[in-house]
Design a protein around this ligand. Structure first.
Ligand code: NDP
Length: 244
């Protein structure tokens, strides 16, 4: 068996990152662009880091998703790397959780991912190449009080990714899940200090994660070289969930 150096292949490929206006998604888009991918980032705000094509797109609207892909196809070419990262929280205890709190989170975090994968998979199937990376959460694996809606949406992504892997694996398309723990972003900045301190104690790494911890996992899965990894759930959580 010959040993090859770790590849940085992927340069020149077209990538689309949903939820790329800030936080984890913006950092992923910026890293892929820095590594030579041709990158578009979508969000409702329609902003993106320097060097990334910004596109306004709401993942709860199938027409908006279709239009975003059409724009990327015209400007950059067919999407080869899809990072389905857009997500929201509407935390509250079950007793107070209105049905709309549940369905709106599922519509963005789970059905939104179905919408972008369904649209993106067409061109990938034709090209017989694709890298799909889905942003779940440790909460989808462990559960969390006050997050029945969010946990349901994030757990559902594992089922999507594994089914897509089985359907499209023979076409050179991989579909993997990244499950971050608590990462320093706008989403976690609203948590009470005590909650953060409690988590720092429980996390074997004894710290919250940084955006780059997640970016590195996504970059790995976006690479041409990771063609034999699919249907995997990669935790980026400092050991919090221990792979569960
Ligand atoms: P942010 O709130 O900082 O960013 C969320 C991104 O999603 C924004 O770009 C936002 O843009 C976009 N977005 C939200 N709703 C929609 C929509 N309907 N259509 C299109 N884009 C949308 O979150 P993070 O960066 O912290 O999180 C990114 C992902 O990582 C999420 O899926 C989150 O669940 C997941 N995650 C985060 C963790 C953390 O600790 N931060 C831990 C585990 C998982 P806009 O509002 O302009 O639409």
């Amino acid at each position: 068996m010959t040993h090859q150096p770790v590849s940085t292949a992927g340069e020149g490929r077209v990538a689309l990152v949903t939820g790329g206006s800030r936080g984890i998604g913006a950092a992923i888009a910026a890293r892929l662009a820095a590594d030579g991918f041709r990158v578009a980032a979508t969000s409702r705000a329609g902003t993106a880091p320097d060097g990334v094509l910004p596109i306004a797109c709401d993942v709860t609207d199938a027409d908006s998703v279709d239009a975003a892909f059409t724009t990327v196809e015209k400007e950059l070419g067919p999407v080869e790397v899809l990072v389905a990262n857009a997500g929201i929280t509407k935390d509250t205890l079950l007793a107070r959780m209105k049905e709309e709190d549940f369905t709106s989170v599922v519509d963005t975090n789970l059905t939104g991912v179905y919408r972008v994968i369904r649209r993106g998979a067409r061109a990938m199937t034709r090209a017989r190449f694709g890298r799909i990376i889905v942003m779940s959460s440790v909460v989808g694996l462990m559960g969390s009080p006050g997050q029945v809606n969010y946990a349901a949406s994030k757990a559902g992504l594992v089922g999507i990714a594994r089914s897509v892997s089985r359907e499209l694996g023979s076409r050179g398309i991989t579909c993997n899940v990244v499950a971050p723990g608590f990462i320093n972003t706008d989403m976690t900045s609203v948590l009470p200090e005590k909650t953060i301190a409690d988590y720092e104690q429980r996390i074997p790494a004894h710290r919250l994660g940084e955006v780059d911890d997640v970016v590195n996992a996504v970059r790995f899965l976006a690479d041409d070289a990771t063609s034999y990894i699919t249907g995997a759930v990669i935790p980026v959580d400092g050991g919090l969930a221990m792979g569960h």
